[in-house]
Write a protein that binds this ligand. Structure first.
Ligand SMILES: O=C(O)CCC(=O)C(=O)O
Ligand SMILES: [Fe+2]
Length: 209
């Protein structure tokens, strides 16, 4: 899958079901370079993930146990990934009129035993996260390794069980699909990201993270 055809497929699927699961959407050398960059980082580069924004931010290991590092475009791999997402953003705005304004993403490392309980990717009282993306960076992932992403149509209706295999990209409407990550039996690497609309009204800054 590549270029405009790939973007067209994503837009069509999002317009019909609201989510899309792509086994190999990105060029493989890009996925390889992202994994190399991820692996070259130190554990001090990561911090325990929390829930909520700014003043409301809390680390709750009973809800999510991953460690995260936000991406910037300073490395060629992350720059290329952000550029791919920028092209996708432009395509989706052109064809689905979503008015996506920006994209933010972080590496996520789930140590053995970590999970992320069922949630939706939009903060309470805010509607700025429109589309969620997850790219998986696990070269070897067997069924017994756990860590599946479960996607629901409502809290109790399971739609998809998604194994976090290498290069797979999942995109879904952030506010529509509750989802969870089952406990991992070995470390699991991914990039989670969000396309947002701009909710910045007047002079109040709307911090991205
Ligand atoms: O890693 C995944 O499969 C999903 C992660 C997730 O739901 C999140 O970071 O909000
Ligand atoms: Fe999520």
């Amino acid at each position: 899958m590549s270029g405009e055809d790939g973007f067209r497929q994503i837009a069509q699927q999002l317009a019909t079901t609201g989510y899309v699961i792509l086994p190999a959407a990105l060029p493989e050398p890009l996925v390889d370079s992202l994994l190399l960059h991820f692996k070259a980082l130190n554990s001090e580069d990561f911090k325990p993930a929390g829930t909520g924004r700014a003043d409301d931010y809390q680390v709750r290991k009973g809800i999510r146990g991953d460690e995260i590092r936000w991406l910037d475009g300073l490395h060629p791999a992350t720059q290329a990934y952000l550029e791919w997402m920028e092209q996708l953003r432009l395509h989706l705005n052109r064809h689905l009129f979503l008015g996506l304004f920006s994209y933010e993403c972080h590496y996520a490392y789930y140590p053995t035993g970590a999970f992320y309980r069922q949630h939706v990717d939009a903060f309470k009282g805010e509607t700025n996260r429109i589309l969620s993306t997850v790219l998986y960076l696990n070269p070897i992932w067997e069924p017994e390794d756990g860590g599946e992403l479960l996607l629901y149509s409502d809290q109790s209706t399971l739609l998809e069980t998604i194994r976090p295999t290498y290069g797979k990209l999942v995109i879904f409407l952030s506010e529509v699909f509750p989802h969870e990550v089952l406990p991992v039996q070995k470390p699991r690497c991914s990039i989670a990201g969000w396309f947002r609309v701009n909710t910045n009204l007047g002079v109040n800054l709307d911090p991205p993270k």
